[in-house]
Ligand binder design. Structure first.
Ligand code: GDP
Ligand code: MN
Length: 375
C-alpha cells in the first residue's frame, strides 16, 4: 500500500524524524488561507500516490496568498502519471543548503533490508543512479542497530559531526519505522540540510507490505490504491485483483488461479479478474466471489475451477448452489470440479441442472467459446 506524503509525514513524526508541519487543502481558496496562517513563503505540493511530482510541475513555492491561489489552481488541474491531483500539502518553505537521499527498502537478491544513501539527493536521483552509481551507497540492514558499514557510510556522506549526529538519529528512527510498520519502502528525498544546519525530511514516501496490513489497522483504513471490489474481497478474506478481460474466474488456490488465467489467455480470451477463494469451503466466500464478478459488466462467462484437496468438492458445490440462489449470475457458468468428493459435488450440481466438467482444458475452452470465442 502506497501512502500519501502527508500520511507518511505523520508516521515520520511519530518516530521523531524532523518534518515540516503543514496543512492539507483541497481548494485554491484554502491554499491561500493556509499560506496566510503559515506566513511568508510556502511550498504547495501535489498529493498523489506516485513520485516525480517536482518534475511534473506538482511542487511550487509561493510568496503570497494571491500567488498561492493561482498555483493551487494550476496544480489541482494536473494529472501526474495518471493520478489526478485532488489534494495539496502546504508547508513553510525551507531554506535548503544541501539535498541528500536516504531510503530503506527490500533487496530481493539478498532477501533483506537495504539502506540507500547519497549526498546528491533531490529530483535527479534516478539520473544519478544511471550516470554515477558510485555516488549512491547501498548498505545491507542486518539488525535494527546501526552496522559498522552504515556508520562508515554516514561518515562519508556527513563529514561534519554536528550533522552526522542528526543523520544517525534519523537513520535509526527510519529503521524503527521500517520494521515496526512492515514497510517495503521508507524514503526521504530530499533529506534537506537547512541554513541552520538542521536536517529535515522534505518529502516522505512510504509503502506498506499489503500482507502485513492486518497488523496495522490504523493504516489499512487509509488504503486507497484498490478498487471497491478489491476492498470488499480483502475484507471477506478473498484474494481478488480486477483485470480487463471478459471471463470471470473463481478458483481455489493462488497457483491454480494463475494457471487458470494463463489457460484463458492461451485459448484466446482474457480473464476479468484474479480470484482465489482460499483453502476453506466456507459457502459465504463463494457468495462473495460470485457477487464480485457479477458486478463487473465486462464479464461474459464465469469459470469456476476447483481442485479439491483439503477443500471438499461437495462443500464447494453447496457453496455454488447457495451463491447462485443469492446472486443471479445472469451469464453462463462453466464449472470444473475435481479431487476430494468430486463425485458427490458433481451429483449435487447436476441435480440442480448445472453441467460439471472434470478436465480443466476442456472447461477453459468452453468458457472462451461462451464468452464469444477466441480473439
Ligand atoms: P517529488 O518530485 O515527487 O519527489 O517531490 P518532492 O517533495 O521531493 O519535491 C521536489 C523538489 O521540490 C525537492 O527536491 C525540493 O528541491 C523541492 N521541495 C520539496 N519540498 C520542499 C519544501 O518544503 N521547501 C522547499 N524549499 N523546497 C521543497
Ligand atoms: Mn521527493
Amino acid at each position: 500500500m502506497k501512502m500519501y506524503e502527508y500520511q507518511a509525514t505523520g508516521l515520520f513524526a511519530e518516530e521523531g524524524i524532523p518534518v515540516l508541519s503543514g496543512e492539507l487543502v483541497c481548494e485554491p481558496k484554502e491554499a491561500a488561507e493556509a499560506c496566510r496562517r503559515l506566513g511568508g513563503r510556502v511550498v504547495l505540493k501535489a498529493q498523489v500516490l506516485t513520485g516525480g511530482r517536482g518534475k511534473a510541475g506538482g511542487v511550487a513555492t509561493v510568496s503570497s496568498p494571491e500567488e498561492a491561489v493561482r498555483e493551487a489552481e494550476r496544480i489541482l488541474s494536473l494529472t501526474i502519471k495518471g493520478y489526478p491531483v485532488k489534494k495539496l500539502l502546504v508547508v513553510p518553505a525551507a531554506d535548503i543548503r544541501e539535498e541528500y537521499y536516504l531510503g530503506l527498502t527490500i533487496d530481493r537478491n539478498s532477501a533483506g533490508g537495504v539502506c540507500i544513501l547519497s549526498s546528491q539527493g533531490g529530483m535527479d536521483i534516478e539520473e544519478l543512479a544511471a550516470t554515477a552509481p558510485e555516488k549512491i551507497l547501498r548498505l545491507p540492514l542486518i539488525s535494527d542497530e546501526m552496522t559498522e558499514d552504515l556508520s562508515v557510510a554516514l561518515r562519508r556522506v556527513f563529514p561534519r559531526t554536528e550533522v552526522r549526529n542528526q543523520a544517525e538519529a534519523l537513520v535509526k528512527a527510519l529503521i524503527r519505522l521500517f520494521r515496526r510498520r512492515d514497510c517495503l519502502l521508507a524514503e526521504i528525498n530530499p533529506l534537506a540540510l537547512d541554513c541552520r544546519e538542521n536536517l529535515i525530511a522534505l518529502d516522505a514516501k512510504v509503502e506498506i507490505d499489503d500482507n502485513a496490513l492486518f497488523l496495522h489497522k490504523d493504516l489499512a483504513a487509509l488504503k486507497e490504491d484498490e478498487t471497491a471490489e478489491e476492498r470488499s474481497a480483502r475484507e471477506g478474506g478473498i484474494s481478488f485483483i480486477s483485470l480487463d478481460g471478459t471471463i470471470g474466474c473463481v478458483v481455489n488456490g493462488a497457483g491454480l488461479a494463475m494457471a487458470t488465467m494463463d489457460a484463458v489467455h492461451h485459448f484466446g480470451a482474457e480473464p476479468a479478474n484474479f480470484l482465489d477463494v482460499g483453502g476453506s469451503s466456507d459457502p459465504k466466500k463463494m457468495v462473495l466471489a460470485l457477487n464480485l464478478i457479477v458486478g463487473n459488466p465486462r464479464v461474459r462467462c464465469i469459470l469456476i475451477n476447483i481442485f479439491g484437496g483439503i477443500t471438499r468438492c461437495d462443500d464447494i458445490a453447496r457453496g455454488i448452489l447457495l451463491a447462485a440462489e443469492a446472486v443471479d449470475p445472469s451469464r453462463p457458468l462453466v464449472i470444473r470440479l475435481t479431487g476430494t468428493n468430486a463425485e458427490e459435488g458433481k451429483e449435487m450440481l447436476e441435480k440442480a441442472g448445472y453441467a460439471v466438467m472434470t478436465d480443466m482444458t476442456e472447461a477453459v475452452k468452453k468458457a472462451v467459446a461462451l464468452a464469444g470465442g477466441p480473439r
